[in-house]
Ligand binder design. Sequence first.
Ligand code: PHE
Length: 338
Amino acid sequence: MLTQLDLLQTEGLAALSSIIDEAGLESFRVAYLGKKGSVTTIAAGMRDVPPDLKPAVGAKLNEVRTTLTVSIEEKLLGLQSAKDAESVTGIDVTLPGRPSTSGALHPLTRIRDRAIQTLRRMGFALADGPEIETEWHCFDALNTPADHPARNEKDTFYLPDGRLLRTHTSSVQVRTMESVKSLPVRIIAPGAAYRRDEIDATHLSVFNQLECLYVDRDVSLADLKGTLEYFFQEMLGAQTQVRFRPHFFPFTEPSFEIDVKLEAKGQEARWIEIAGCGMVDPAVFQAISQQRGDALFNPDEVTGFAFGMGIDRLAMILHSITDIRHLIENDVRFLGQF
Ligand code: PHE
């Protein structure tokens, strides 16, 4: 039996050296060490070995088993590293790697976030409203009569059910005033607005606005002016000059358009219209009060200011972008500059 075991080991090691792949190695393992393998079969014969020979045969048996197991493991490692080496032949692993480019926030997102941060420091909180709106929230509650040009089918996207894609974020003013429980109301409402505009270098039919509303018992025009001056100086630089020009909006009285003075290098400074604003028209408080059925927004007791601006426009001014369409084309050659 000892010679039989010796023979098995020599034969086994010889067979092992000629194996060329992992499948072959596995069948070898099964043939020798598996349940019905040769080593296992011999081990079963231990029963019949005379007691005085048992220790020697047992030791030999263990030796053969260990030798084969270790050799199989070594062979496996050898086969695997040969395979690894083969998979990189022809590749120069000393070449420098390809740098991976990292993404960044879209310039519009960055400006919107900065505007929100600036206004939050002044006590404004985020508010939201749907982009598909009712005529009430977009127009009626905002003192905008049925024959106002903004309501024309040529200017607004109407849905078959009479609702519409909001033409401004001012609808969020209404939604907020309808639902709050107490004063003051101090909100920032950023979001998309829709108009049937012909698309060109300065117009898109979907654009981004940012709306603010402040309502309390004694909000004044001075508060509006101070807030906007601070806001634009934070956004565009401390030297930024802001100008208020009388204007008309149905939902504010008095109303203004706000211009900022831009000093581009080598060019004459010019005023650019950047936002609309005004003191909330008492007619709006009236409509809200009727809708709410309480006196929280009693037009005789509360005042407020509102302003709204295009974020796309702000981005164009801030980065001297000449065509608004660049902002939505997702061309990385353009976006990579910010
Ligand atoms: N909603 C107005 C617009 O889209 C802007 C505005 C907002 C004006 C708030 C006054 C107050 O043009």
